[in-house]
Write a protein of this length. Sequence first.
Length: 510
Amino acid sequence: MSSSPEENALLCLRGIGKRFPGVVALAGVDLTVRAGEIHALLGENGAGKSTLIKVLTGVYSADDGEMTFDGRPARPGSPKDAERLGISTVYQEVNLLPALSVGENLLLGRQPGRAGFINGRASRRHALAALARLGLDLDVDAELGTLSVALQQMVAIARALDLNARLLILDEPTASLDEREVEELFSVMRRLRGEGLGIIFVTHFLDQVYSVTDRITVLRNGTLVGEYLTADLPRLSLVSKMIGREVNDIAGRADDLPPPDDTAPAIVQTHGLARRDALHPLDLTLRRGEVTGLAGLLGSGRTETARLLFGIDRADGGELSVRGKPVRMKSARDAVRLGLAFCSEDRKAEGILPNLSIRENLILALQGKQGIWKTVSRAEQDKLCEHYIAALRIKTPNAETPIKNLSGGNQQKVLLARWLATQPELIILDEPTRGIDIGARAEIEALIGRLRGQGLAVLLISSEIEEIVRNSTRVVVLRERRRTAALDGDAITPEALMRSMAGAHEGGQA
């Protein structure tokens, strides 16, 4: 585009496009960050935030569009180029060297000295001055890895500022911080804004967006939704823009959903189940013959809940009971033995074994449940495959076809068959219809209904509100890793879910 960047803009991206083989990651994206501004970059999974940051910092080269920094054309070819321009990034996982001291990390590659010798006294003074700018009083000789994550991030910010950063990108900096540490970080961010820095803040926590930012840019599916003043954008509108649906556009509940039944046996119950930096204390009851929807924006704690229930991660607080008996999950194998099943949201990384056949993929969980001394016979394997290929209408020439040759929807059906073969009492479905076509989606939703009718307890996790509304007899809403609402029956409406997800009912912007 030939239009000039707007006045007072520190960073201007116009019409940015980035393509990978078979994928358009960004298309026509604009971003303007002003000096003395904290600018939130928001969007759900696949929105393009990470790709845009990598273009901005020289990790990727844009295929289309223009970038100006401080009014001059810029095209960084590497993160080092970006740093030389004055652009620095601090990631959730601090990319410094934990075995070196605080001072060594602050001045890595830039230690004062001459003739090949480092001036230790000058290095120490320099490091202390860099920390003092943020009001930090740290031992510069302490090993970085001995500090908390929050302090390591502060050191990374101090290093970025010492590199003369004028634009600071904070990518999910609060994901591993507690509330006190978050507020300390925000105090630093506000101080830097007052000094004229531009800050890009990437987060999934809406409360934090409204606490500290001045403007918001929303991306969705690699395209720009818009730029907004934070004070002028109601929370409910922000959620609508992020998910791409207005309340009135979301279909209502399925006609055949039964009413919730509080007398149905509880398969799994939690009381105060929690894990530091992942989930605040959660009470949850999953009953036989019911679909419990778990709703919330990305980062709300949905998948973290599933991993705790299935023993992948260990809780550090609260209680978990299965069929009324307290249990302590040490591994996913314990969960399988107790009659639980889990389909992960990441089908490719945590689900299928691409080079194995449908048969080999299908029998994995059953064989794991039975143990190495009680193998599933080939005859039983063939019988299971024949049954589930027919029952789930898996489109394949035969059970020996490599699973990588199937469509995404059919791969998902094989994973569902894998767990159904273990005859579970609770099945956790994390984004079961993500990345599959409309026909396969409808078939999987129909299967969820059949499982409910057969008496299974189902925990349905989905980022699509209509999928939750259509299929759930009960819904628990998570926000900021906390349970914020519990709805059942006719109370499960798109508006109620979106308001709970946005926190719009808590006296903030509606």
